[in-house]
Design a protein around this ligand. Structure first.
Ligand code: DX5
Ligand code: ZN
Length: 212
């Protein structure tokens, strides 16, 4: 399975975590952007991401938990970003945001909160490179995985398979060895993880997730 490591932490320094991620076999560095509006917490500004990107040796997988994703896209496109994922619940004109991301030469993702039904995003799947299924309420790391989202992974995977779409399914929140196995079994292609990987030997833990 593909692994994207988040450096979101209330205690550790982001640069220290990024340096550790660089040494692992993870595909991506997951950047959790929060505006204090879409979610209560606030994290990195574009300027801060730009500074942090100087330490990164892997492409970014950006997760925008913000009310106005459009204002971030063009600036992020100047950095080593592969995916920009925004929240389905945050904007009215979904197609416009997907198109903007694609026009900037990046891959586009939509994320859904635990309470949002998978059926709501099915009509966008053919245009999407990634769907990010949240398995915790967005806003902070260190929360427990919600088993109730497993059926969503299964139903999205079914549609993607039937229609022959290239969209990958990523799952974010409370991922550890056990929950990664559960989501893989339901059809996830990628997992995002922070707290599980920050604690202990990140290199071998990433290898463990990759082998699932
Ligand atoms: C939550 C973030 C997640 C978070 C994951 O709002 O989107 O990416 O960093 O943290 P863990 O793996 O600790 O649940
Ligand atoms: Zn995230």
């Amino acid at each position: 399975m593909k692994v994207s490591v988040s450096f979101l932490s209330e205690v550790l320094n982001p640069v220290d975590i990024i340096k550790k991620i660089n040494d692992t076999s993870a595909e991506y560095i997951h950047v959790d952007v929060m505006d204090g509006k879409f979610v209560n917490n606030k994290t990195y500004s574009i300027a801060e991401i730009e500074k942090l990107s100087n330490y990164m040796k892997k492409p970014m997988d950006v997760h925008l938990m913000v009310n106005n994703p459009k204002k971030y896209i063009e600036k992020l496109a100047l950095l080593n970003v592969e995916y920009i994922t925004f929240h389905y619940e945050s904007v009215k004109n979904i197609d416009e945001v997907i198109d903007l991301i694609h026009n900037c030469g990046l891959k586009a993702g939509i994320s859904i909160k635990p309470s949002t039904n998978a059926s709501e995003i099915i009509k966008y799947l053919d245009k999407l490179d990634l769907v990010l299924v949240m398995s915790v309420e967005p806003g902070k790391s260190g929360q427990s995985f919600m088993n109730s989202v497993l059926y969503k992974i299964e139903s999205l995977k079914k549609v993607i398979g039937e229609k022959g779409y290239k969209t990958i399914i990523s799952v974010d929140g409370g991922i550890n060895e056990e929950t990664a196995r559960l989501v893989k079994y339901k059809g996830a292609d990628m997992v995002v993880s922070a707290s599980f990987l920050h604690d202990g030997d990140m290199l071998s833990k990433v290898n463990l997730l990759k082998e699932i």
